[in-house]
Design a protein around this ligand. Sequence first.
Ligand code: GLC
Ligand code: CA
Length: 570
Amino acid sequence: MEEQRAWWKECVVYQIYPRSFQDSNGDGIGDLNGIRSRLDYLKDLGIDVIWLSPVYQSPGDDNGYDISDYRAVMDVFGTMEDFDRLLAEIHEKGMKLVMDLVVNHTSDEHAWFVKSRRSLDNPYRDYYIWKAPVSGGPPNNWASRFRGPAWEYDEGTGMYYLHIYSRKQPDLNWENPRVRQEIYDMMAWWGDKGIDGFRMDVISMLSKDQRFPDGVLKEGNPYGDGLPYYANGPRIHEFLQEMNREVLSRFDWMSVGEGVGVGTREAVQYAGYESHELNMMFHFEHVELNPGPFGKWNDNPVCLRELKEVLNRWQTELEGKAWNSLFWENHDYPRAVSRFGNDSLVFWELSAKMLAVCLYMMKGTPYIYQGQELGMTNFQGSSIEDFQDIEIHNVYREMVGSGRISHEEMIRYINHMGRDNARTPMQWDDTAQAGFTEGTPWLGVNPNYTWLNAREQAGRGDSVLSFYKQLIKLRHTMDILVYGTYRLLLEESGSVYAYERTLGDERLTVLCNFTDQTQSCGLSCRDLGTDNVLIGNYPDQNGTFRGNGPALHEEEDICLRPYEAIVLTQ
Ligand code: GLC
Ligand code: CA
């Protein structure tokens, strides 16, 4: 079936985490005017859409994912006038802006919750999920996703409220039609301002199983896993179809949902071409591979066969039915080059480029997280004081405080998987604080900014940044990269990720070596039917033969050097 064209299939998205992007007034926190001063950088990179993590009024318990006023800008980020100016300039430069929509929960300082908790009979009581104690304790055993219990006892009215995240993030009650209407009105209000869509925070969690059953207990957690009862809940598709009818369909928007607990089967419902819900979903199967005994807290290497199994399944099972989103990084996961590539000095640059080829030549909309286009790496903390993230502090307190694991071991896991890896300030240049701020940054700058920064890479044709620019240009000029079908090659290989894309008579082949050793593919250009190098990450790959490297003769086995990535066309 011919894929229908849509602007959100053809665009490349760039995610900005505003706290860490660019500070303009020396208070150490990134802000809207800072972003505005960097729009030319983004334009030059070639991206089409900016996704802005939350900039709404918030007490900042979870860095803005705890919103106390959906229609105001948080003071530290600037004013509504600053926002309007930013939006206007983004549009003037021919780019679009997608906002973060966080409506599974609000802050406990939101006016709705302040009123809700006051009494049993106020009009806002049912905006949230309140339950009476059961045998003197919480209504069920659910764990908060930030550790500890998901229920907080509230003295005022003697009842518990649900908070799947922190206790300062009470869950909204989507069963209440008034809540839904408030949210749709708020979305339309932003739509009337001219924004271009929403990224929807934990959107798969809006509908809770109203029986609120206990979750299964897993080793190492005194609280039960409620995910099966709050992810992909009974009314979720009804709610999203309603949202689509009431708001989304009225605007020329893109919508992407954060799909916690979403597999391919569910994604086809949320983002199916016939579903009338969202344009696409983020899934997390690839970034959550290889959990250890402490879940995500581990430093296990990722196994390429498993990674291939996941990405391949998403590519093939959505084909013709729903659209994929392609990402390695966001503000909740570590840096890709440190996790899936190799951030040692020898291979850092090659592997950062290889990862970009591997993912962004696939079918779906590419998302680039700030600094990923420079190959920014994880940073190494040594004390808990080096971190700011609420999740990191909670898990540290729980695991180390209780003596379950040592300080050293926990810090190792945090350095490998912690969310602050993605949140260190953007590395603009080699001046103090990487050019991010003239003050003291809210979170320490990665010390490698002296050599790993945007200014250095902008001036160098073979930098990671220049490479991203080329890849983005390819996505904009070659229909096959957007609309071509995908087929896995070399399925059995545990070291090479290879696939082809096909559109009509056109074909291209993508070959990526995920190891630090040379790997033979066991295939020749003749086998593949492609022999021209479209792009590669070694300097000598151009034309039909590779200058100094092994030649790509028609009949010869293709050998990939360490972390080599190469895209071949007919
Ligand atoms: C999403 C956000 C994450 C936040 C959580 C609660 O997963 O990406 O940063 O902590 O939702 O809003
Ligand atoms: Ca600032």
